[in-house]
Design a protein around this ligand. Structure first.
Ligand SMILES: *Cc1c(COP(=O)(O)O)cnc(C)c1O
Length: 428
């Protein structure tokens, strides 16, 4: 029944249904391990014949409530919670990609993901080719090699804020017979459900809008269950796993193979597990996700419109604006609004950008987006400073770029703060 509920009801009441005299709120199972009475029951756990909790590295009931709720909200069949968004992206790819293999990704990425793909994966022997998401189907296909294992992109590029052309990327991934993995962090499942638009796997930094209150770092991988893993191309899914005495994931778990494998192999071996305390807070965050995403979107649009007419601002980048190059895609793929992140160019470049960031009072200078409280950042001097100028350009960062993560405060107060900080930024 709950799969038929509207997403707002799923967010509030999904996947936790206490019986009489049980806690109304899904409790924190702050326990490393779980007790059993028989060797036979334990053997079943180790054979993956039974999904009861055994040891928190592999799964925890509090995290399980979060996993099932977010899977439901994204329209997927299963999820794996991770210790961070970076861990979610890393595991989502390592699960189907190893040394000598290859990934094609949109170049417009979160800085941490860009660094993972351009620095760390190559050290593991996994190469990533970046493509311009505006390129044609044929051009994107040219980046593929026989050993390419997946296509990766963000729903809303952070901080470029280009909206993914799902139809185009789905066409490429279908033709090349690889899964499309989409980072849906900035949109959240309330504004966009990538699986409905052809994504096979969705990842999130739960740290952002899912938490929503700046309390916890975490991530999650959601599988649609739609990708049919061919035995010739993804033998790790379809041939015996020696580390589970010959178990074949697709045979034993069918559509659940991808998430079971990610948990049983990579969570077991790499241990990027979230704390139950944190997944408790993610459950809390999801309860109000729909309300917050509406207010984030309304406030960001009002602020973007205000900035468009401000003399100290040379350009405004917000996909909710009619002037935005991705506006049509935003209308097509985003429900309700275009989320809370916007960027703009400040007159006076890098120096004015730093002055603006320091002059903001209500809006806090923090390395964060997706918080209920508004945040400001000048990426060229902070998050993206390790990248070369060329790499900065490829990920959409210029010296005059200011990123605002617009919170859910009263928008008149936000506009007043931005106005006084802009005035301060223009003083000699
Ligand atoms: C923050 C972020 C990440 C990384 O998440 P962490 O939880 O900080 O590890 C990945 N993708 C996007 C789009 C992000 O904004």
């Amino acid at each position: 029944m709950q799969n038929q509920w509207k997403i707002e009801t799923q967010a509030v009441q999904g996947n936790y249904h206490p019986g009489a005299a049980e806690p109304r709120t899904a409790p924190i199972h702050q326990s490393t391990t779980f007790k059993y009475d028989s060797a036979e029951h334990m053997a079943k756990l180790f054979d993956l014949d039974c999904a009861d909790p055994m040891y928190t590295r592999l799964g925890n009931p509090t995290s399980g409530v979060f996993e099932e709720k977010i899977a439901m909200m994204e329209g997927g069949i299963a999820a794996l919670a991770t210790s961070s968004g970076q861990a979610a992206t890393t595991l989502s790819i390592l699960n189907i990609c190893q040394t000598g293999q290859h990934v094609v990704s949109a170049g417009t990425l979160y800085g941490g993901t860009f660094s993972l793909f351009s620095n760390t994966f190559p050290k593991f022997g996994i190469e990533v080719t970046f493509v311009d998401p505006e390129a044609s189907i044929d051009e994107i296909k040219k980046a593929f090699r026989p050993e390419t294992r997946c296509l990766f992109a963000e729903t809303i590029g952070n901080p470029g804020l280009n909206i993914l052309d799902f139809d185009k990327f789905r066409a490429v991934s279908k033709e090349m017979n690889v899964p499309l993995i989409v980072d849906n962090t900035l949109a959240s499942p309330y504004l966009c459900r990538p699986i409905e638009h052809g994504a096979d796997i969705v990842v999130h930094s739960a740290t952002k809008y899912i938490d929503g209150h700046g309390t916890s770092v975490g991530g999650v991988i959601i599988d649609s269950g739609n990708f049919d893993w061919p035995a010739n191309k993804y033998p790790e899914m379809c041939t015996p796993d020696d580390s589970y005495h010959g178990l074949i994931y697709t045979e034993k778990f069918g559509k659940l193979a991808y998430i079971v494998k990610a948990r049983a192999q990579f969570m077991r071996d790499l241990g990027a597990t979230p704390a139950p305390q944190n997944t408790f807070l993610f459950n809390h965050g999801l309860t109000t996700l729909h309300l917050r995403m509406e207010r984030h979107s309304d406030n960001a649009l009002a602020l973007a419109e205000h900035l468009e007419n401000h003399p100290a601002v040379s350009w405004v980048n917000y996909p909710g604006l009619k002037s935005h190059q991705s506006h049509a895609l935003a209308q097509k793929y985003l429900h309700y609004g275009a989320s809370g992140v916007l960027t703009f160019g400040i007159k006076g470049g890098r120096e004015a950008g730093i002055k603006f960031m320091e002059a903001c009072q209500l809006i806090a200078m923090v390395v964060h987006v997706g918080d209920a409280r508004s945040c400001v950042l000048h990426p060229a001097s902070t998050t993206h400073r390790q990248l070369t100028e060329e790499q900065q350009k490829a990920s959409g960062v210029t010296a005059d770029l200011i990123r605002l993560s617009v919170g859910i405060e009263n928008v008149a107060d936000l506009i007043a703060d931005v106005d006084q900080a802009l005035a301060a930024s223009q003083l000699a």
